[in-house]
Design a protein around this ligand. Structure first.
Ligand code: FAD
Length: 312
């Protein structure tokens, strides 16, 4: 009751927009893990101008969080305070220009981007084939696979800050590192330009098929998961320390907590078998971190973003 009153209060303080506000929007529905509570308010901007108006006029004390496909995010059971922004179709265009330049909205799924670019006989974005996130999430996470990452193919990105100011950010200004972008957390990416090179369509498609097949064999991609749970301590270096090896060596493969489990197939993946809560998943992750620390002395860092409140 109190919570509902509080949200209605909050809603009254938000700027008038053309896109939709939804109160108590269930985030488990949009999360890969299928867990978590509600956003106090979910906002889907009608277009870029609408997003700008919202940011310029949203009271500073109301927290704002942006989500993409929620494929690397664990939403806690108590939900997310304030406004959660989810960019939809108005941010979903792909424009293939001259000289291999490809513009994509932040809501474009990485998989769709890789396919369209391949069909245009352009190479460079094949690695996106196996990443189930959006362009916005890829920019924030420096998503990558098979020796490539977002940093290597980005020309520049567009973003709005919390005051509604638009920024054009060159790749070298993103502060990219392994699964990390150092820009302030309040920036909301709206689009990106990628640089690709001409390629042979059959070869590109064959490489994407290989990526897809290799993932099916080695990762639990058809389950409720969040991708790599912890960063590899050796970063992107193929010879560096791997989180899964440390987890395996610490005896955590297959470990469970309620309906949450460390995948038997790939032990850097957490799985929800159906009825796990976000707390089960996070607790299991912390148990693994402790066991790895005790066994090898290495402190694993979460790659998965954990957001929101714990359940009361
Ligand atoms: C089966 C599976 C396999 C995966 N394999 C890989 C892999 O090979 N390589 C890899 O790198 N990742 C992988 N992931 C993780 C995940 O897909 C990537 O990190 C992806 O880039 C996250 O994108 P998203 O849109 O889902 O972001 P979300 O999970 O929604 O958000 C992640 C972060 O990005 C921020 N964010 C999202 N959109 C925006 C925006 N528009 N502006 C600013 N910030 C934003 C969020 O606030 C959050 O901090 C995998 C995940 C799964 C479930």
């Amino acid at each position: 009751m109190n919570l509902a009153l509080k949200n209605t209060d909050m809603l009254a303080r938000l700027p008038q927009v053309r896109g939709g506000y939804r109160e108590q929007a269930d985030l488990a529905d949009v999360s890969w893990f299928r867990v978590g509570g509600c956003a106090d308010i979910l906002f889907s901007p009608a277009d870029e101008a609408d997003l700008q108006i919202f940011l310029a006029n949203c009271p500073e004390e109301i927290p704002v969080t942006v989500l993409g496909a929620c494929s690397n995010t664990l939403v806690r059971d108590g939900g997310v305070p304030g406004v959660v922004i989810k960019l939809g179709r108005p941010f979903g265009d792909i424009i293939i220009g001259s000289d291999g330049q490809v513009d994509a909205g932040a809501a474009v799924p990485d998989l769709m981007l890789s396919k369209q670019v391949a069909n245009a006989e352009l190479s460079g974005l094949e690695f996106f084939r196996g990443i189930p996130g959006t362009v916005g999430g890829a920019l924030r996470m420096n998503a990558g696979a098979y020796g490539n990452d977002t940093a290597t193919v980005l020309s520049h990105a567009y973003a709005y800050d919390r005051n509604g100011k638009r920024h054009e950010i060159q790749a070298h200004e993103m502060g990219f590192d392994y699964r990390h972008c150092a820009l302030p957390q309040d920036l909301i990416f709206t689009a990106a330009r990628f640089q690709t090179v001409p390629g042979d369509k059959q070869k590109i498609l064959a490489q994407m098929e290989e990526i897809s097949a290799s993932r099916e064999d080695t990762q639990p991609i058809k389950t409720r998961t969040g991708g790599s749970t912890f960063k590899n301590p050796g970063g992107a270096d193929p010879e560096g320390l791997k989180a899964w090896k440390l987890i395996d060596a610490a005896g955590c493969r297959g470990l469970t907590q309620g309906d949450a489990q460390i995948s038997e197939l790939h032990c850097n993946f957490l799985i929800n078998h159906g009825n796990a809560s976000a707390a089960d998943l996070e607790t299991l992750g912390e148990v693994v971190r402790q066991r790895v620390k005790d066994h090898s002395g290495v402190t694993l860092q979460w790659e998965i973003k954990r957001i929101g409140r714990e359940a009361m």
